[in-house]
Ligand binder design. Structure first.
Ligand SMILES: Cc1cc2nc3c(=O)[nH]c(=O)nc-3n(C[C@H](O)[C@H](O)[C@H](O)COP(=O)(O)OP(=O)(O)OC[C@H]3O[C@@H](n4cnc5c(N)ncnc54)[C@H](O)[C@@H]3O)c2cc1C
Length: 451
């Protein structure tokens, strides 16, 4: 049987573009890709990249304050959101163009339109064309979830935040995951008054001791945090958005950001009709090879609801392309994936939290908490927390958690050692780099507790 393409990829985000580029450019497959919005996907256009640039922008006032403490005569003026946004837009255009060139350079045919699955080997494009492919890869990512309530139309999500016309003076952020907490810190840093409401404690699932420190510092910086609180309804008035909470309180804000999780982007994609099994939340069910129950259809990235991070989507896409079109079958590895939460203070984490580890086996907990030199000299109140969770039986470092400036940079390196199976004794055998914060990772001599 002959097909128009060897591979048709639906979705030009982190997972899709990598799979298409490797399948076509390295393994010589005939590949097409459809993207309905902008090439590069969530990470590049409305996720990791613009967010990190906003993190940098929001850190400037504190940096100037610190500069003064170090003897500089420095003053910070007002923040020019319009100017920043124009630069941000230009940067995203530049990155999108690079992703597009990556596809054309590898010989991938790009359709700038929505695509849906018409059958096990057919894709229907929005313009009505139906094309056939030996394999179809679903890489449609996820989309923000906003629950049903009165006034839902007045809220924005992370999709809209980078496009705001002006910075709100007062914002309510609803949610407690890493995206909600990151935007709370970013907007506070840019001068917005931030209130955060969430049904449950913030940063659930992360190491509790680290989480508590981050939340304490967020509150100390003036973010009004209320947990156990949900939105009942929102009314638009001349004074702003009046939000009524489940406890009857009413507060007025200029904007409301919902960051209450993301759902897999499979609505109306034709997957169920093609016989593909979906999980109850709409995620595409796949095996370790990212293959669905319909053998010609695969799925990678957030749409599979495994680990919703860019590097994971990229690796899943790459492993799929090598397996199906190259001579090197391999599964994406989901063990010991390090990640960062770009709050202030920043959080880098890899492996098991103390709470998760002690459910599995007896562990020793090593903690070093201290005031970092740079901030202490400037009279700041920053606090660093370094934590190792160590298996009593094997001595392996099962978890490493860092709350510190640049924690994301540090955890990347600690994760290499962890991935190699390093023991606590091997951490200790590594000579310290002095004076740094990270040296504490190799100088924690005694466990603070056994769990
Ligand atoms: C605000 C925010 C911050 C984040 N920060 C980080 C971070 O710091 N670090 C990190 O690792 N991850 C971060 N993430 C997560 C990261 O962005 C995702 O894990 C990653 O983008 C997933 O890649 P993907 O290929 O699965 O999907 P996506 O990148 O979402 O790409 C899917 C693409 O498919 C397109 N599409 C959907 N349906 C169709 C269709 N029917 N036809 C054609 N095209 C379609 C979409 O337009 C989209 O471009 C963040 C996410 C958000 C929202």
């Amino acid at each position: 049987m002959s097909f128009d393409y060897d591979l048709f990829v639906i979705g030009g985000g982190s997972g899709g573009v990598r799979a298409a580029r490797i399948a076509a450019g390295e393994h010589g497959a005939k590949v097409a890709l459809a993207e309905e919005y902008r090439m590069g996907g969530t990470c590049v256009i409305r996720g990791c990249v613009p967010k990190k640039l906003m993190v940098f922008a929001s850190a400037m006032p504190a940096a100037v304050e610190e500069a003064r403490a170090y003897g500089w005569q420095a003053e910070i003026g007002a923040f020019d959101w319009t100017g920043f946004r124009a630069k941000l837009d230009a940067e995203l255009d530049r990155l999108e163009a690079i992703y597009r060139r990556g596809q054309s350079g590898a010989g991938v045919t790009v359709f700038d339109q929505r695509a849906t699955v018409a059958s096990a080997h057919e894709v229907r494009l929005a313009d009505g064309q139906v094309v056939s492919a030996k394999h179809i890869l679903i890489a449609t990512g996820g989309t923000p979830f906003v629950p049903e309530f009165d006034g839902r139309e007045h809220v924005m999500t992370s999709n809209e935040i980078f496009k705001m016309e002006a910075l709100p003076r007062r914002i309510l952020i609803v949610g407690g995951g890493y995206i909600a907490c990151e935007f709370a810190c970013i907007l506070e840093g840019l001068g917005t008054g931030v209130t955060l409401w969430n049904r449950s404690p913030l940063l659930r699932g992360f190491d509790a001791e680290c989480r508590d420190l981050i939340v304490e510092k967020m509150a100390a910086r003036g973010i009004a945090i209320h947990t156990g609180l949900v939105v009942q309804h929102i009314k638009k008035t001349a004074a702003g958005l009046v939000v009524t909470g489940g406890d009857g309180r009413s507060e007025t804000f200029d904007a409301v950001l919902y960051a209450t999780g993301r759902v897999p982007n499979t609505a109306g994609l034709g997957l169920a009709e093609a016989g593909v099994t979906l999980a109850p939340n709409g995620a595409v069910a796949v095996d370790d090879w990212s293959q669905t129950n319909v053998p010609s259809i695969y799925a990678v990235g957030d749409v599979t609801d495994r680990i919703a991070l860019t590097p994971v989507a990229i690796r899943e896409g790459h492993a799929f392309a090598d397996t199906v079109f190259g001579a090197t079958p391999r599964r994406a590895d989901h063990e010991l994936v390090a990640s960062a939460v770009f709050t202030r203070p920043e959080f880098g984490t890899c492996g098991l939290s103390e709470e998760a580890a002690r459910e599995i086996e007896p562990v020793e907990i090593y903690v070093s908490a201290f005031r970092p030199m740079r901030s202490a000299f400037a009279g700041g109140d920053e606090k660093v927390l370094m934590k190792l969770v160590v298996s009593k039986a094997t001595r392996r470092v099962l978890g490493c958690h860092i709350v510190a400036p640049e924690a994301g940079e540090m955890i990347q390196l600690a994760a290499i050692a962890m991935k190699m199976g390093a023991s606590k004794e091997q951490f200790d055998a590594t000579c310290a780099v002095h004076p740094t914060m990270a040296e504490e990772l190799v100088t924690m001599r005694k466990p603070v507790r056994h769990a």
